[in-house]
Design a protein around this ligand. Structure first.
Ligand code: DX5
Ligand code: ZN
Length: 217
Protein backbone atom coordinates (compact mmCIF):
# COMPACT_ATOMS: atom_id res chain seq x y z
CA UNK A 1 0.00 0.00 0.00
CA UNK A 2 1.31 3.44 -0.92
CA UNK A 3 1.99 5.67 2.10
CA UNK A 4 -0.77 8.23 2.53
CA UNK A 5 0.20 11.64 3.84
CA UNK A 6 -2.46 13.47 5.80
CA UNK A 7 -1.32 17.06 6.46
CA UNK A 8 -2.76 18.36 9.73
CA UNK A 9 -4.32 21.79 9.35
CA UNK A 10 -3.73 22.38 13.06
CA UNK A 11 -0.50 24.03 11.88
CA UNK A 12 -2.13 25.84 8.93
CA UNK A 13 -3.36 29.44 8.97
CA UNK A 14 -6.91 29.22 10.39
CA UNK A 15 -7.85 32.41 8.53
CA UNK A 16 -6.76 30.80 5.24
CA UNK A 17 -7.68 27.14 5.49
CA UNK A 18 -8.88 26.82 1.90
CA UNK A 19 -5.66 28.37 0.59
CA UNK A 20 -3.50 26.11 2.76
CA UNK A 21 -5.46 22.97 1.86
CA UNK A 22 -5.05 23.85 -1.83
CA UNK A 23 -1.31 24.10 -1.23
CA UNK A 24 -1.04 20.57 0.14
CA UNK A 25 -3.38 19.28 -2.58
CA UNK A 26 -1.08 20.80 -5.24
CA UNK A 27 1.82 19.08 -3.51
CA UNK A 28 0.08 15.73 -4.01
CA UNK A 29 -1.68 15.16 -0.69
CA UNK A 30 -4.88 13.15 -1.03
CA UNK A 31 -6.07 13.47 2.57
CA UNK A 32 -6.29 16.37 4.96
CA UNK A 33 -6.22 15.78 8.72
CA UNK A 34 -8.60 17.82 10.87
CA UNK A 35 -7.92 17.87 14.61
CA UNK A 36 -11.07 18.37 16.66
CA UNK A 37 -10.34 19.24 20.31
CA UNK A 38 -12.92 20.05 22.97
CA UNK A 39 -10.84 21.58 25.79
CA UNK A 40 -11.85 18.62 27.97
CA UNK A 41 -10.40 15.40 26.55
CA UNK A 42 -7.36 17.52 25.70
CA UNK A 43 -6.47 20.99 27.04
CA UNK A 44 -6.93 22.77 23.71
CA UNK A 45 -10.03 23.87 21.75
CA UNK A 46 -9.86 23.86 17.95
CA UNK A 47 -12.36 23.05 15.22
CA UNK A 48 -15.99 21.93 15.27
CA UNK A 49 -18.41 20.42 12.76
CA UNK A 50 -19.40 23.79 11.14
CA UNK A 51 -15.82 24.27 9.98
CA UNK A 52 -15.72 20.72 8.59
CA UNK A 53 -18.92 21.49 6.71
CA UNK A 54 -17.35 24.56 5.11
CA UNK A 55 -14.16 22.68 4.27
CA UNK A 56 -16.27 20.01 2.58
CA UNK A 57 -17.37 22.66 0.08
CA UNK A 58 -13.83 23.98 -0.33
CA UNK A 59 -11.97 20.76 -1.17
CA UNK A 60 -12.32 17.31 -2.70
CA UNK A 61 -9.55 15.88 -0.53
CA UNK A 62 -10.46 13.09 1.85
CA UNK A 63 -11.46 14.74 5.13
CA UNK A 64 -9.66 12.75 7.81
CA UNK A 65 -11.27 13.89 11.06
CA UNK A 66 -9.50 13.12 14.35
CA UNK A 67 -11.85 13.59 17.30
CA UNK A 68 -10.04 14.37 20.53
CA UNK A 69 -13.24 14.87 22.49
CA UNK A 70 -14.71 13.34 25.65
CA UNK A 71 -18.07 12.41 24.13
CA UNK A 72 -17.65 11.18 20.56
CA UNK A 73 -21.01 9.36 20.75
CA UNK A 74 -22.78 12.68 21.20
CA UNK A 75 -21.08 14.45 18.30
CA UNK A 76 -20.23 11.80 15.72
CA UNK A 77 -23.47 12.43 13.82
CA UNK A 78 -22.59 16.10 13.40
CA UNK A 79 -19.29 15.20 11.78
CA UNK A 80 -20.91 12.61 9.52
CA UNK A 81 -23.43 15.19 8.36
CA UNK A 82 -20.70 17.80 7.94
CA UNK A 83 -19.11 15.59 5.28
CA UNK A 84 -16.19 13.90 7.02
CA UNK A 85 -14.88 10.87 5.10
CA UNK A 86 -12.94 9.25 7.91
CA UNK A 87 -13.86 9.66 11.56
CA UNK A 88 -11.37 8.60 14.18
CA UNK A 89 -12.18 8.81 17.88
CA UNK A 90 -10.20 7.94 20.98
CA UNK A 91 -10.46 4.58 22.70
CA UNK A 92 -9.86 6.42 26.01
CA UNK A 93 -12.94 8.64 25.65
CA UNK A 94 -16.00 6.36 25.87
CA UNK A 95 -14.47 2.89 25.74
CA UNK A 96 -17.75 1.16 26.69
CA UNK A 97 -19.41 2.67 23.59
CA UNK A 98 -16.64 1.85 21.12
CA UNK A 99 -18.60 -0.68 19.04
CA UNK A 100 -21.70 1.52 18.95
CA UNK A 101 -19.71 4.49 17.69
CA UNK A 102 -17.94 2.40 15.05
CA UNK A 103 -21.33 1.09 13.87
CA UNK A 104 -22.77 4.57 13.57
CA UNK A 105 -19.83 5.68 11.43
CA UNK A 106 -19.97 2.53 9.25
CA UNK A 107 -23.75 2.74 8.83
CA UNK A 108 -23.21 6.20 7.35
CA UNK A 109 -20.75 4.63 4.84
CA UNK A 110 -17.80 6.49 6.31
CA UNK A 111 -14.48 5.01 7.35
CA UNK A 112 -14.11 4.38 11.07
CA UNK A 113 -10.88 4.78 12.99
CA UNK A 114 -9.88 4.39 16.59
CA UNK A 115 -6.94 6.14 18.20
CA UNK A 116 -4.80 5.31 21.20
CA UNK A 117 -2.76 7.73 23.28
CA UNK A 118 0.91 6.99 24.07
CA UNK A 119 0.15 5.30 27.42
CA UNK A 120 -2.60 3.02 26.06
CA UNK A 121 -1.39 -0.46 25.06
CA UNK A 122 -2.20 -1.78 21.60
CA UNK A 123 -3.88 -4.81 23.21
CA UNK A 124 -6.75 -2.52 24.31
CA UNK A 125 -8.05 -2.23 20.77
CA UNK A 126 -7.29 -5.69 19.35
CA UNK A 127 -10.88 -6.87 19.65
CA UNK A 128 -12.15 -3.98 17.52
CA UNK A 129 -9.82 -4.62 14.57
CA UNK A 130 -12.37 -6.64 12.52
CA UNK A 131 -14.74 -3.65 12.54
CA UNK A 132 -12.24 -0.86 11.87
CA UNK A 133 -10.89 0.84 8.76
CA UNK A 134 -8.08 2.61 10.59
CA UNK A 135 -6.04 2.57 13.77
CA UNK A 136 -4.34 5.84 14.71
CA UNK A 137 -1.34 5.46 16.97
CA UNK A 138 -0.50 8.73 18.68
CA UNK A 139 3.23 9.37 18.89
CA UNK A 140 2.77 12.45 21.12
CA UNK A 141 0.26 13.23 23.89
CA UNK A 142 -2.71 14.61 21.96
CA UNK A 143 -3.51 18.29 22.33
CA UNK A 144 -0.86 20.32 20.57
CA UNK A 145 1.12 20.44 17.36
CA UNK A 146 4.89 20.74 17.25
CA UNK A 147 5.75 18.21 19.97
CA UNK A 148 8.61 15.72 19.98
CA UNK A 149 8.10 12.25 18.51
CA UNK A 150 7.87 9.53 21.19
CA UNK A 151 9.95 6.55 20.05
CA UNK A 152 8.45 4.36 22.75
CA UNK A 153 5.18 4.23 20.78
CA UNK A 154 6.75 2.76 17.66
CA UNK A 155 6.44 -0.91 18.64
CA UNK A 156 2.64 -0.48 18.72
CA UNK A 157 2.71 0.02 14.96
CA UNK A 158 4.11 -3.49 14.54
CA UNK A 159 1.54 -4.83 17.01
CA UNK A 160 -1.33 -3.37 14.98
CA UNK A 161 0.20 -4.67 11.75
CA UNK A 162 0.22 -8.13 13.32
CA UNK A 163 -3.42 -7.74 14.43
CA UNK A 164 -4.30 -6.79 10.85
CA UNK A 165 -2.62 -9.97 9.62
CA UNK A 166 -4.32 -12.16 12.23
CA UNK A 167 -7.78 -10.79 11.39
CA UNK A 168 -7.19 -10.73 7.63
CA UNK A 169 -7.55 -6.95 7.40
CA UNK A 170 -5.04 -6.31 4.62
CA UNK A 171 -6.56 -2.92 3.85
CA UNK A 172 -6.40 -1.56 7.42
CA UNK A 173 -4.95 1.93 7.54
CA UNK A 174 -2.29 2.16 10.23
CA UNK A 175 -1.83 5.86 10.88
CA UNK A 176 0.64 7.68 13.11
CA UNK A 177 0.26 11.23 14.38
CA UNK A 178 2.61 13.47 16.32
CA UNK A 179 6.16 14.64 15.75
CA UNK A 180 6.33 13.27 12.22
CA UNK A 181 9.22 14.59 10.13
CA UNK A 182 11.41 13.08 7.42
CA UNK A 183 13.27 10.94 9.97
CA UNK A 184 10.42 9.70 12.20
CA UNK A 185 8.30 9.09 9.08
CA UNK A 186 10.77 6.49 7.87
CA UNK A 187 10.89 4.77 11.26
CA UNK A 188 7.08 4.50 11.22
CA UNK A 189 6.69 3.26 7.64
CA UNK A 190 9.39 0.67 8.25
CA UNK A 191 7.35 -0.64 11.19
CA UNK A 192 4.22 -0.89 9.05
CA UNK A 193 2.49 2.51 9.15
CA UNK A 194 0.79 3.33 5.85
CA UNK A 195 -0.64 6.75 6.73
CA UNK A 196 1.35 9.60 8.26
CA UNK A 197 -0.11 12.75 9.80
CA UNK A 198 2.19 15.75 9.82
CA UNK A 199 1.34 19.27 10.85
CA UNK A 200 4.20 21.56 11.80
CA UNK A 201 6.73 19.74 9.60
CA UNK A 202 4.63 20.46 6.50
CA UNK A 203 3.06 23.82 7.22
CA UNK A 204 6.12 25.43 8.83
CA UNK A 205 8.38 24.42 5.97
CA UNK A 206 9.51 26.83 3.25
CA UNK A 207 8.72 24.27 0.58
CA UNK A 208 5.57 22.25 1.15
CA UNK A 209 6.13 20.10 -1.95
CA UNK A 210 9.57 19.01 -0.78
CA UNK A 211 8.36 18.50 2.79
CA UNK A 212 5.61 16.14 1.68
CA UNK A 213 7.93 14.28 -0.72
CA UNK A 214 10.53 13.85 2.02
CA UNK A 215 8.00 11.92 4.10
CA UNK A 216 7.45 9.25 1.46
CA UNK A 217 10.86 8.93 -0.21
C1 DX5 B 1 -1.99 16.47 18.11
C2 DX5 B 1 -2.73 16.31 16.81
C3 DX5 B 1 -1.85 16.23 15.62
C4 DX5 B 1 -0.99 17.45 15.39
C5 DX5 B 1 0.32 16.95 14.92
O1 DX5 B 1 -2.85 16.29 19.17
O2 DX5 B 1 -3.52 15.16 16.82
O3 DX5 B 1 -2.57 15.91 14.45
O4 DX5 B 1 -1.49 18.34 14.43
O5 DX5 B 1 1.20 18.01 14.87
P1 DX5 B 1 2.74 17.80 14.56
O6 DX5 B 1 2.85 17.10 13.23
O7 DX5 B 1 3.26 19.20 14.53
O8 DX5 B 1 3.31 16.98 15.69
ZN1 ZN C 1 -4.40 14.49 14.84
Amino acid sequence: METIISPSILSADFANLERDINKVASAGAKWVHIDVMDGHFVPNITIGAPVVKSLRKATNLVLDVHLMISEPKKYVKDFIEAGADIITFHYESQSDLTLEIIKEIKDAKKLAGISIKPMTPSSAIEKFIPYLDMVLIMTVEPGFGGQKFMHECVSKIADVKEFARIYGKNDLYIQVDGGINDISAKICTKMGANSLVAGSYIFNSDNIDLAIKSLVE
